[in-house]
Ligand binder design. Sequence first.
Ligand code: SF4
Length: 70
Amino acid sequence: MRIVVDLTRCQGYAQCVFLAPEVFQLHGEEGLLYAPAFPDDQAEHVCQAAAACPVQAILVGQEVNPDGRR
Ligand code: SF4
């Protein structure tokens, strides 16, 4: 599965890092880093992270385009 994070929305709250640390990491001043494609066994964690993001910056899907549109 794939994700796109709208980094213009992301405020670095790190809810996603806490819920799916194998997919999302915060790196100091660089901000959020994430794996755009992730293994299916991470899907539940990633969906929890997307639901928990306070600014709904995480889009999850099979066919998410790099520019964030579905
Ligand atoms: S939970 Fe949302 S706002 Fe927080 S770091 Fe992750 S993507 Fe950014």
